[in-house]
Design a protein around this ligand. Structure first.
Ligand code: CMP
Length: 135
């Protein structure tokens, strides 16, 4: 089944010059990039995106981080795109993510973990509407 998912290449990915390599992994897998924009978000936009995490201890520094510079917002489309992209990026903590995943290969952090991807089709619908209301 063809799905769409919302992917963010977070400010660490942009600062480290990893945007091309990360997007290349999605393309090499056979997925399509159907929306793409470099954007710097403010705190209110971060709160809307991470609505389910607002009360978590890790949220205040995450909010500072995600608003700290430009990120790349992307809508990725393809067969089973939601779980396929989650598999490609790997578990949240880059220190534990397996080699071969994006976080496993490029991140040593559970906050600065380079990529966000929707965790379910329902989240994807909500996040795509938030980031790309015209899509
Ligand atoms: P993401 O997939 O964008 O979803 C929530 C984000 O919160 C996660 O990636 C990390 O950037 C961050 N995060 C999750 N758990 C922790 C944690 N324990 N400590 C710090 N940051 C976290």
């Amino acid at each position: 089944m063809t799905q769409r998912t919302l992917v963010l290449l977070k400010p660490d990915a942009v600062r480290r010059g990893l945007v091309g390599q990360i997007l290349g992994r999605f393309e090499a897998k056979g997925l399509s990039l159907v929306e793409l924009e470099l954007r710097t978000i403010n705190g209110e936009q971060a709160d809307a995106h991470y609505a389910e995490h607002l009360d978590r201890d890790f949220y205040p520094p995450l909010r500072t981080f995600i608003t700290s510079g430009p990120l790349v917002a992307v809508v990725v489309e393809g067969e089973e795109a939601v779980p396929v992209v989650r598999t490609l990026i790997g578990p949240t903590d880059g220190r534990q993510a397996p080699a071969g995943t994006i976080r496993g290969d490029y991140s040593l952090s559970n906050r600065e973990n380079l990529v966000h991807a929707s965790d379910s089709p329902e989240s994807a619908d909500r996040e795509i509407a938030l980031w790309f209301p015209a899509a």
